[in-house]
Ligand binder design. Structure first.
Ligand code: NAD
Length: 449
């Protein structure tokens, strides 16, 4: 017995009926999403606190208001995005009309992770609904309190003939992926990304894979160590370090390290007090499995800040490691926890070489008072996103796209409005507003002062 067959059949029939296509329908779905956020804010905050010990501040900025912004953007632009785009003609077609029509894909599957379980479910959902698709959302089974709210409450705010939440872990998701979808949007780790892409390939289904990242953070000798430390510590420890674009490791000279370590200690104490475990502002590790993995990484190099852990509380202290070698385990995998290794380099050139001989990162950060240095890092490296003198603030700009650049980190295979097929009405991108599926031929860049 196939547990998904009836649901998928119902959604397919709804799509074929054409009811998701009118702007009024899409508008109503987006407004439903907005009401869901407004009317269930406290419930969502509680669920996020139970899942990840997320503070109300973090829940607001990184889950609720960021999702609301995405909805607002889609509501504001919906009708413009839906319009046919006129294109230039040649002599032979002067009397014809040539245009690009954006069509929904059909039935879209969204597979979301546990680290931002609300935002990374609603973000892709906004794009898919705005584009007139029917949607199956499969939230992460690991963030189970948020999963419950998404499964039990969210459908009440949407047209249930066109939208469904299905539940399950790897086994159930494997069965779900045997079905044909018209588009799959996956956020998660690269190993699972391969499973999803393999399953999609059987049906030639286009996919967006938003995967993990090991994001370098270059700190130049010419900068104010305390300002850098405040920003690096904040973005490293946000959501207990469980952020795909978190600064993963620092590259700096031994001289800068000597100034940076006390500055990081001062920043961590300022943010989380003398006993970070009792701070309401520091999150927890999502599961025993990830806790054990992170505890194993604490033995790399030498601990100069933090290093404490408490299994019963899934607590890992904000930790800084020095004397770290490139070959250490902490430099081989995405850390995804509040641990910051510092690797010494002797020059900017050496830092750039270090970055360039590894996988292209999802995000890259460079700190320097010299704009020449920041520009050089930007010019001589490649990454999904880039920030000069800041952490992942580029995510807050709806005007910038998001994604990675290389296989193994984040792949985007969605067709985009900029690569239409050469007919008068090509099947184009699902949602021009689907920012997270924008191929990263461009490099979103933010330079802060
Ligand atoms: P995950 O890959 O374990 O899970 C993601 C989804 O896939 C979940 O819904 C899960 O149920 C499902 N899944 C897990 N194992 C599966 C299997 N064997 N077969 C089929 N489906 C399976 O990812 P996660 O641990 O939830 O999230 C953390 C990862 O996500 C990190 O690597 C992080 O960097 C990445 N991430 C990337 C972004 C981005 O935007 N690029 C954002 C957030 C997280």
């Amino acid at each position: 017995m196939d547990p998904f067959a009836d649901t998928l059949q119902r959604l397919r029939e709804a799509f074929v009926s054409g009811r998701t296509r009118p702007a009024e329908f899409r508008d109503a779905q987006l407004k439903g999403l907005s009401r869901f956020l407004r009317e269930n804010k406290q419930l969502l905050q509680e669920a996020l606190a139970q899942d990840l010990h997320k503070s109300a501040f973090e829940a607001e900025v990184s889950e609720i208001s960021i999702s609301q912004n995405e909805i607002n953007l889609a509501l504001r632009n919906l009708r413009t995005w839906m319009k046919d785009e006129k294109v230039s003609k040649n002599l032979a077609t002067q009397l014809d009309s040539a245009f690009i029509r954006k069509e929904p894909f059909g039935l879209v599957l969204i597979l979301s992770p546990w680290n931002y379980p609300l935002n990374l479910s609603l973000g892709p959902l906004v794009g898919a609904l705005a584009a007139g698709n029917c949607v199956v959302l499969k939230p992460s089974e690991i963030s189970k309190n948020t999963e419950k709210v998404l499964a039990e409450v969210l459908p009440r705010y949407l047209d249930q003939s066109c939208f469904a939440v299905v539940l399950g872990g790897p086994q159930e998701t494997g069965r779900l992926l045997e079905h044909k979808f018209d588009y799959i949007f996956f956020t998660g780790n690269p190993q699972v990304g391969k499973i999803v892409m393999t399953a999609a390939a059987k049906h030639l289904t286009p996919v967006t894979l938003e995967l993990g990242g090991k994001n370098p953070c270059y700190v130049d000798d010419n900068c104010d160590p305390q300002t850098v430390a405040n920003r690096v510590a904040f973005f490293r420890c946000f959501n207990a370090g469980q952020t795909c674009v978190a600064p993963d490791y620092v590259l700096c000279s031994p001289e800068m390290q000597a100034q940076l370590v006390p500055a990081l200690q001062s920043a961590i104490t300022r943010f989380y007090g003398d006993d970070p475990q009792s701070s309401p502002n520091l999150g927890r590790i999502i599961s025993q499995k990830h806790f054990q993995r992170l505890r194993g990484l604490l033995s790399c190099g030498r601990v100069v800040i933090g290093g404490q852990s408490d299994e019963c509380d899934l607590y890992i202290a904000p930790t800084v490691l020095v004397d770290v070698q490139e070959t250490d385990p902490v430099m081989q995998e995405e850390i995804f926890g509040p641990i910051l290794p510092i690797v010494n380099v002797r020059s900017l050139g050496q830092a750039i070489d270090f970055i360039n001989r590894r996988e292209k990162p999802l995000a890259l950060y460079a700190f320097s008072n010299s704009s020449q240095v920041v520009k050089r890092v930007l010019a001589q490296t490649s990454s999904g996103g880039f920030c000069g003198n800041d952490g992942f603030m580029h995510l807050t700009l709806a005007s910038l796209p998001f994604g990675g650049v290389a296989a193994g980190w984040a792949i985007t295979t969605a067709s985009s409005p900029s690569t239409p097929s050469p007919t008068t009405a090509p099947a184009c991108c699902a949602a021009p507003g689907w920012r997270r599926s924008t191929p990263s031929a461009t490099r979103p860049t933010l330079r802060a002062t």
